[in-house]
Design a protein around this ligand. Structure first.
Ligand SMILES: *Cc1c(COP(=O)(O)O)cnc(C)c1O
Length: 426
């Protein structure tokens, strides 16, 4: 049996010319589940997690999967079973963690716009820590906690003002974006937090961006955060943990992000050299745990030749795979069946059926395909189904979790009835 692995996707390979995830042939899933279909490799998620676990071995560490990357219950279960905590950004995400069997004490709550209802919900559930992003939020959280007769553990998200050199929409640690508090204000805001009755200051937090493929911004951010740790502790406020966020990139297309274990070796050397190696470490990886664990299988509906462009129209669209429309992101697109005897490939824009010119999935791709055949969009595990919408009244795609040779449906395809359920005829 011939086997051909795809670089950067260790659990996706052609075997006898058919694309497999682990030991499941993707074409075999189409008859049961239809397309577009998201398929995830459990082994890929666990192997990505293992790289962090190796890098942080022997440390007091809590890995909190940033579940906005992919919040499907069956995916959350993989991380619950692996002992992870969760980084949440809404009350809805907390409901999902609990529905998946997650431990509320291992939940940290990030985000600039938590409502008082979400604060009450999270306090009642007994989450581990709130990552607070402004002075105003500190005051509100304190009063919510006091009126509930509880005390909220907080860490403050500081903005280290380093450029992660990623897309501007996923860069979060620069001065002029909405996240965190400015480095120069942090000490004063920590003192304010420590004065509030309903709060217990436990840590410090930062998160500088997403799809970061260079270790330099991380190393710079760690220095900036440790400067603040020193200053805050010198002012008499003890910190128990350092939360260093997420953001590590994956290989979409010729990207070469550092390996999580190598990156953490470098970061820990800094933490140790500056005398903070005894502190608890928290991290919030999202994309790097799930991004390359998923593919989206889609059918070629029509080929439409044009004067300047040829279009390959598929049954997946921007409502299923929003990243190209949102960030001009690149996803590798490959045929489900490799056929080297085919005619020479043609250059296509691969587009979906949604009525928007922005509905493209890949531009200028060389493909040798026919209508009725299938393609796989790679790196579809992160920020795809969790960002999916019903635009054009398209139902959300079905999702399958693969574990070795076992393939399990973890989300049924959404029907029109599902979509209309909350609506009321006037
Ligand atoms: C989105 C987010 C993460 C995860 O980012 P990835 O790039 O997916 O690793 C972590 N922490 C916070 C606060 C976030 O908003």
């Amino acid at each position: 049996m011939s086997s051909h692995r795809l670089p950067g996707h260790p659990f996706v390979a052609y075997r006898n010319s058919t694309l497999h995830i682990e030991n499941v042939a993707l074409d075999a899933l189409i008859a049961d589940h239809g397309t577009p279909l998201f398929v995830y490799s459990k082994a890929s998620m666990l192997s990505a997690l293992a790289a962090y676990q190796r890098g942080l071995a022997g440390r007091n560490v809590q890995i909190c999967y940033a579940m906005k990357a992919n919040s499907t219950l069956g995916v959350l279960q993989v991380f619950v079973q692996a002992g992870c905590g969760f980084d949440i950004v809404s009350g809805g995400e907390l409901d999902r963690v609990l529905a998946a069997g997650g431990d509320a004490q291992k939940v940290i709550f990030s985000g600039v716009g938590k409502t008082t209802a979400e604060m009450r919900q999270a306090l009642a559930a007994g989450i581990g820590c709130f990552n607070v992003e402004s002075e105003a939020e500190l005051a509100v959280l304190s009063s919510v906690a006091v009126s509930a007769g509880l005390c909220a553990n907080v860490s403050i998200r500081v903005n280290p003002n380093v450029d992660p050199k990623t897309h501007p929409y996923i860069s979060t640690g620069l001065k002029d974006n909405k996240f965190g508090v400015a480095h120069e204000d942090a000490l004063r805001i920590y003192q304010y937090a420590a004065s509030l009755e309903g709060l217990r200051v436990t840590g410090i937090d930062c998160h500088i961006g997403s799809q970061i493929t260079d270790s330099t911004p991380y190393l710079d951010a760690m220095d900036r955060v440790l400067d603040l740790v020193d200053a805050i502790e010198a002012s008499g406020i003890a910190l128990q943990h350092i939360d260093f966020g997420g953001g590590l990139g994956i290989n979409y297309h010729q990207d070469t992000p550092p390996e999580a274990d190598m990156l953490w070796q470098q970061l820990l050397a800094k933490v140790d050299a500056r005398g903070h190696g005894g502190k608890k470490l928290m991290i919030e990886p999202g994309r790097s745990l799930v991004g390359n664990a998923g593919v989206c299988v889609t059918e070629v509906l029509y080929l439409k030749p044009g004067e300047h462009k040829n279009f390959c129209i598929i049954d997946a669209a921007m409502n299923d795979l929003p990243r190209p429309a949102m960030y001009q992101a690149f996803h590798t697109i490959v045929p489900l069946t490799a056929n080297p005897a085919r005619e020479a490939p043609t250059l296509y824009d691969v587009v979906g059926p949604v009525c928007e010119s922005g509905d493209w999935i890949g531009r200028d791709r060389k493909l040798s395909v026919h209508a009725g055949e299938y393609l796989a969009v790679l790196s579809a595990g992160a920020y795809c189904t969790s960002m999916a919408s019903n635009y054009n009244t398209r139902g959300r795609a079905a999702e399958v979790l693969v574990d070795d040779a076992d393939a399990r449906l973890i989300r049924r395809r959404e029907t029109s009835q599902d979509q209309m359920r909350q609506e009321i005829l006037a």
